[in-house]
Design a protein around this ligand. Structure first.
Ligand SMILES: [Zn+2]
Length: 81
C-alpha cells in the first residue's frame, strides 16, 4: 500500500506560480481592452499603461501598447530566455 504523502509543498508552489501567470494574462487582457477602447480615458495611443509582469511575480510594468503587443509585459530580466 502506498502511504507516501503527496508532495504538497513544491506542487502547491508551482500551481501558485501558474495561477499567478494565468491571472496576469487575464488582467493584461482586460487592461489591453480598456486601453483599446479608452473607456476610462486613461490615456491616448503611445502613452504607457500598467500591465502585470507575465512571469507571475505580480509586479506592474508600464508599457506602451505597441511594446505590449510586440513583446508582452515583462519587467527587465523577468522574461525567460
Ligand atoms: Zn516578473
Amino acid at each position: 500500500m502506498d502511504t507516501t504523502p503527496p508532495p504538497v509543498g513544491r506542487d502547491a508552489a508551482s500551481t501558485d506560480t501558474a495561477a499567478r501567470r494565468d491571472l496576469s494574462g487575464l488582467v493584461n487582457g482586460e487592461i489591453r481592452k480598456i486601453a483599446e477602447t479608452d473607456v476610462l480615458s486613461l490615456g491616448v495611443a503611445g502613452e504607457a499603461y500598467s500591465f502585470m509582469c507575465e512571469c507571475g511575480c505580480m509586479k506592474m510594468v508600464d508599457l506602451s501598447l505597441a511594446v505590449y503587443d510586440a513583446d508582452g509585459s515583462w519587467l527587465d530580466g523577468h522574461k525567460p530566455a
